[in-house]
Ligand binder design. Structure first.
Ligand code: ATP
Length: 332
């Protein structure tokens, strides 16, 4: 089995019971969240249990999150408990356009305090895949710890994956676009969205294929662009180990890169929180087990679609069997 290491924040998400601006919300549901935590639990459900390097506070919310990770079968070996910082919290609201907005309570919270060097080079030598996201790049020391991990993982020959996960609310000290560019330069595999890329300064006028090409120019050999209910696109350059497996693109110019598209699965979505993370977990599970980008798109799309049919991000993440049953329904 592939050895996967995921790093980054575990947070408590407070999801409003009713839509509307945050000052008007009275009742919230407590949910375990944080994009890397969702990816880690997603992988675990899919039978690719990763090591997960994260940090929570020595407080009841941290206890809840540790219990959630433990219940998902994730070892507590790299789950740090910070005696001097609180567990990070995120209050979510739905604005009138049904876009999610976040009110983060994570100034100096435990998840911002990962320290460089905690994961030794010897350990990284034995890891096949290392995954991180953009949220821990917003504040030091977690920022340098995340970059340090990605740099050393790349040097050690692991496949490095990255999700920019744009959260403009979190970025005051560093520039998001520069940070994403640096992370793309270290990554082999990126999953992103048009929203992420707009926040990172990419031209909104570019079409999907132009966008994934542009991302690949910044470093990664494989790029997934998720498109909500419209599915996703995968792109690989000749540097990708699975390059020969992707459908050759027929586009203008006849270049040697390859693009494949999946239109998604028509489901009755009730909560798309964490759909992107579910997708990335599915893609990592597929690619790290020798799947092609086309197979990864189909599988990851199914993992993500199942996740949208139940409330909550983590609780709805499916097992491999649940994904297989779901796909049988759509693919006959
Ligand atoms: P997040 O908002 O969680 O960060 P994201 O913006 O990265 O996510 P989306 O593009 O919204 O991710 O969704 C990721 C994947 O989830 C899509 O590619 C698709 O496979 C699936 N998905 C999302 N929304 C729906 C939906 N309404 N119906 C079916 N599938 C969906």
């Amino acid at each position: 089995d592939p050895s996967v290491l995921v790093a980054g924040e575990t947070l408590v998400d407070f999801i409003p019971e009713t839509p509307g601006p945050l000052p008007d919300v009275e009742t919230f549901h407590r949910r375990a969240g944080g994009a890397p935590a969702n990816v880690a639990v997603g992988l675990s459900r899919l039978g690719v249990t990763p090591a997960f390097w994260t940090r929570v506070g020595d407080d009841p919310f941290g206890d809840f999150l540790r219990g959630t990770l433990e219940a998902a079968g994730i070892s507590d070996e790299l789950v740090e408990v910070d005696p001097r910082a609180k567990t990070g919290l995120a209050f979510v609201s739905l604005d009138p356009d049904a876009d999610r907005a976040f009110s983060f309570h994570r100034d100096g919270s435990a998840d911002t305090r990962l320290q460089s060097g905690r994961i030794g080079d010897d350990r990284l030598e034995s890891v096949d895949w290392v995954h991180a996201g953009g949220v821990t790049l917003a504040d030091d020391p977690g920022r340098e710890a995340t970059f340090d991990l990605l740099e050393r993982a790349s040097d050690a020959g692991a496949t490095v994956s990255f999700d920019p996960n744009a959260r403009p609310e979190l970025w005051d000290e560093y520039d998001f676009a520069d940070s994403v560019d640096r992370a793309f330069g270290l990554a082999d595999v990126v999953k992103t969205s048009r929203e992420d890329l707009a926040a990172a300064g990419y031209d909104r006028e570019l079409d999907d294929v132009e966008l994934v090409r542009r991302v690949a120019e910044a470093g990664p050999h494989t790029v997934f662009l998720t498109l909500g209910s419209a599915g996703a696109v995968a792109y690989a350059t000749p540097d990708a180990p699975w390059f020969g497996d992707v459908h050759r693109s027929e586009d203008e110019g006849g270049s040697s890169d390859e693009v494949v598209r999946h239109d998604g699965y028509p489901v009755e979505a009730v909560d798309t929180t964490g759909a992107g993370d579910a997708f990335f977990a599915g893609a990592i599970a597929a690619l790290s087990n020798g799947g092609s980008p086309a197979m990864a798109l189909e599988f990851a799309g199914a993992v993500a679609a199942v996740t949208t049919t139940e409330p909550g991000a983590m609780t709805a993440l499916p097992t491999r069997e649940e994904v297989a049953l779901f796909r049988e329904r759509f693919e006959g």
